[in-house]
Design a protein around this ligand. Structure first.
Ligand code: FE2
Length: 165
């Protein structure tokens, strides 16, 4: 169940147009080839096509993941994006990173490596891409599992008792 929206907070204005969902992220890179190599090796990104000489579209599990090479940008350490898996998946991903020789970083954890969150359910690890963008690999928070946020995806439609164990 979703929690009631606190008084005074803005909330979902219906977007009554055609189907509408968040479909891609555009990651900035100093070298698209290096980034493509990293994301394909580490996250299984599949090259799809070029959108320009310095911009490629890949997909990661169906999510359109764009890499764009630009000459000048600043990595904001407070920005990150997340890839959700299961609890076991986070630990398996940590082993994968070790095998690949990709170091984990502290990110929002107290130290590098997979860590259980304050809710005693969510497990997360962090890694940086070649340009320093922070990436989180995590399992769902207790609040997410107890909400209806994942119900649209059949991969997550399992009994709550199983999810949080
Ligand atoms: Fe996060």
């Amino acid at each position: 169940m979703s929690q009631p929206v606190p008084e005074g907070l803005p909330n979902a204005t219906p977007v009554d147009i055609h189907p509408f969902h968040v479909s891609h992220i555009n990651v900035l890179s100093h070298d698209w080839r290096t980034s493509l190599a990293f994301y394909s090796r580490v996250f299984g990104a599949r090259y799809r096509f070029h959108l320009g000489p310095r911009k490629v579209v890949t997909d990661i599990d169906g999510f359109e993941f764009f890499i764009e090479e630009v000459d000048d940008f600043v990595v904001n350490p407070f920005f990150h994006f997340g890839l959700r898996t299961t609890t076991e998946g986070v630990y398996a991903f940590a082993e994968r990173l070790d095998r690949l020789g990709v170091p984990m970083v502290k990110g929002n954890n107290p130290a590098p490596g997979p860590m259980v969150g304050p809710d005693q359910v969510r497990v997360a690890l962090y890694v940086e891409d070649p340009d320093g963008w922070l990436i989180e690999v995590y399992s769902p928070e207790k609040q997410v599992l107890e909400s209806d946020l994942l119900d649209h995806d059949p991969r997550w439609v399992v009994p709550v008792a199983e999810r949080s164990s």
